[in-house]
Design a protein around this ligand. Structure first.
Ligand code: PGA
Length: 251
């Protein structure tokens, strides 16, 4: 099974910056075997098409940051799964903690988006993770289990097989505080046992940087990364990709 490293650019870059960042990533992974590491970039919506052109012919996967659950309709400002698919998007983030906390997305909304993505032929990256207060109260596993259960309810095995899960402790996102390999490894093991034998690959996200990528990637159960801040610079993102590729596999 390959590892995965996906860069979530969030609401950063202007058009030309997005294109040159994408070109840098595509150039940097020219010699990388996608059977080892699958690399994706998730630019802002307006730049998906230009970034898609910049990475055409490379192994870089085009990923979107969000979608509306419905395929079309009177939803001013929203972007649907079929629209994304028509631009060549292959995967889409669903349930990122910023969507949950800043845009009021609850578990039902996340589940609807997941189904919208699958229906449009997009493979979802489902983000889950606890807040600091929840971890301090020892509730991190209960919180993540509830997020998983809401999203996975009624998904058939074929749909499950198309998912990636990203464990992103909210307290580690954009804070410079990374979960330790022990904390991340323990949660990945919990998620895997909760989802059972057909559990999808599980990525870690939250202040992944070139300096901590190798240790995290060598941790049993961590199948790759969802990278925010450090994905905005091609060199640091590529260093994380390389750290992930070179890390010994434990299974
Ligand atoms: P960060 O973001 O790497 O900047 O912490 C991770 C994410 O939100 O996916």
């Amino acid at each position: 099974m390959p590892r995965y490293v996906v860069g979530n650019w969030k609401m950063h870059t202007l058009r030309d910056e997005a294109v040159s960042l994408a070109e840098g990533v595509a150039r940097g992974i020219r010699d990388l075997d996608p059977a080892e590491v699958v690399v994706g970039v998730a630019p802002p919506f307006p730049f998906l098409e230009a970034v898609g052109r910049a990475i055409a012919g490379s192994a870089v996967l085009l990923v979107a940051q969000d979608l509306h659950p419905e395929a079309q309709g009177a939803f001013t400002g929203a972007v649907s799964g079929p629209m994304l698919a028509s631009l060549g998007v292959e995967r889409v983030l669903v349930g990122h903690s910023e969507r949950r906390s800043l845009f009021g997305e609850d578990d039902a909304c996340v589940a609807a988006k997941l189904r919208g993505a699958l229906a449009a032929g997009l493979d979802p990256i489902l983000c889950v993770g606890e807040r600091l207060a929840e971890r301090e109260a020892g509730r991190q596993e209960a919180v993540v289990a509830a997020q998983l259960d809401a999203a996975f309810a009624d998904l058939d095995p074929a749909a499950r097989a198309r998912l990636l899960v990203a464990y992103e402790p909210v307290w580690a996102i954009g804070t410079g505080v990374t979960a330790t390999p022990e904390q991340a490894g323990a949660m990945h093991a919990f998620i895997r046992s909760h989802l059972g034998p057909a559990a999808p690959p599980i990525l870690y996200g939250g202040s992944v940087k070139p300096k901590n990528a190798s240790d995290l990637a060598a941790t049993p159960g961590i199948d790759g990364f969802l990278v925010g801040g450090a994905s905005l610079d091609a060199d640091s993102f590529l260093a994380i990709v390389e750290g992930c590729r070179a890390a010994p596999r434990s299974e």
